[in-house]
Design a protein around this ligand. Structure first.
Ligand code: FAD
Length: 376
């Protein structure tokens, strides 16, 4: 709690990648009279970059999650373990499920995204969505327990060929082979477009070679239409056998965003300007997957949420001091390192891609270093 009279309430909604930085920044350089409140649906917030490594068995649950209760206690912020369902902007309040609303003077939203299960019939009932990632973590451990005694054919289908889907399919293959000794495993990745459509051709080529070498089946340019218990139907009518299905399709916006009256982009994400502030409400900032910077559109990737942390913290400070927020241009070329689950990785930036065990060690070093900032 700040010393002296309380003048301003800053509410951080969601414990995403940018907000953990804001918490730390305000702890290291507090502003007199400012109280920080974090509202989070999950107390253990996952670091997305390490989740495929957790699935592959390289990291424990604790190693790839930030304990928001500890972080809030250390930084002196209030923490509400609650899920937001909307905003009452007129009275500057965040509406919560099963809890009274929380008032704000300044609000920042970093609640991420989730695959849209509604576009695939049966997905909500018969598949495991990869988000919320916290839920995936729990389900994955239970799934592995069941796999230990599996014998005979085992078909696992991963739907979605972006970076998350590719890493997850390879991580699942690696881990299930180690755990389900009695299974004849076949992992299939099915994707509506090309594999890694937004990455360089060189990265696609390397990943296709990895899939072939490791015996994973790749079904490209086929949208999934329907998921039933035991099978997956593609848009050409073909069926794939599936004892388990994981959905890692395109990031989509939570339906409650549309009830806030804030401007949204065409996919339903909060529209923000180049200062990360809502284009219509000067008291609201939004970052990470849940927001789209209209002047500088970028893919929905954790790397951008991480990079938005420092400019967000700076602009929240400026707004509290009554100063105009400063603009920020996210990088247009960025390093993406995709783990292949078996201690190798493919790195890509712009048109080039490299692969090797050293690339995995490099990624591991970057990720652990980032986590140390918020765990220790
Ligand atoms: C398997 C997988 C692997 C990935 N690997 C990478 C990678 O290697 N590199 C990369 O750049 N990107 C990766 N991504 C993408 C990455 O997950 C997202 O881009 C990133 O998590 C976005 O960060 P964020 O801060 O916007 O939100 P998140 O990290 O999703 O955090 C959102 C937080 O808000 C909380 N929350 C959500 N809704 C509410 C609510 N209503 N009320 C209160 N709290 C709420 C959640 O509990 C969570 O703590 C991967 C994605 C997947 C699925």
């Amino acid at each position: 709690m700040p010393a002296g009279p309380l003048l301003k309430d800053v509410v951080l909604l969601g414990g995403g990648h940018s907000h953990v930085h804001v918490l730390k920044s305000f702890a290291m350089k507090p502003m007199p009279g400012v109280r920080l409140t974090l509202i989070g649906r999950d107390i253990e917030t996952p670091y997305s970059g390490m989740i495929p490594g957790f699935v592959a068995g390289h990291y424990s649950f604790e190693e790839c999650h930030i304990d928001l209760a500890r972080l809030a206690a250390w930084t002196g912020a209030r923490l509400f373990h609650a899920e937001a369902t909307g905003l009452d902007r007129e009275n500057r309040r965040v509406l919560l499920k099963d809890r009274p609303p929380v008032s704000y003077d300044l609000l920042s939203i970093d609640v991420g995204s989730a695959p849209n299960l509604e576009t695939i019939s049966g997905a909500a009932q018969a598949a495991t969505p990869v988000k919320p990632i916290a839920e995936l973590g729990r389900r994955w451990l239970a799934f592995l327990e069941r796999m230990k005694s599996w014998s005979g054919r085992l078909e696992i289908v991963v739907i979605g060929g972006g970076a998350g889907g590719v890493e997850l399919a390879l991580a699942i293959d690696h881990r299930v082979r180690a755990v389900a000794k009695g299974a004849e495993l076949q992992v299939t990745l099915a994707t509506k477009g090309e594999l890694l459509a937004s990455q360089a051709a060189a990265a696609r080529q390397k990943m296709r070679a990895v899939f072939q070498r490791r015996g994973l089946r790749l079904v490209e340019n086929r949208a999934t239409k329907r998921i039933e218990r035991g099978s997956v139907q593609l848009d050409d009518g073909a069926w794939l056998e599936a004892d388990a299905v994981f959905v890692v399709t395109e990031a989509s916006a939570a339906p409650w965003f549309a009830t806030t009256g804030l401007p949204l982009d065409e996919r339903g994400f909060f529209a923000v300007d180049d200062t990360l502030r809502s284009t219509a409400d000067p008291n609201i900032f939004a970052v990470g997957d849940c927001a789209t910077m209209l002047p500088h559109r970028r893919p929905k990737a954790g790397v951008f949420a991480v990079r938005q942390g420092p400019p967000l913290a700076a602009n929240l400070r400026r707004a509290l001091l009554g100063q105009a927020p400063q603009s920020f241009v996210p990088q247009s070329r960025y390093l993406s390192i995709l783990g292949t689950g078996d201690g190798n990785a493919v790195a890509t930036r712009g048109p080039w891609a490299v692969e090797g065990k050293w690339v995995w060690r490099w990624k591991d070093h970057i990720d652990r270093k980032w986590m140390r900032m918020y765990r220790e």
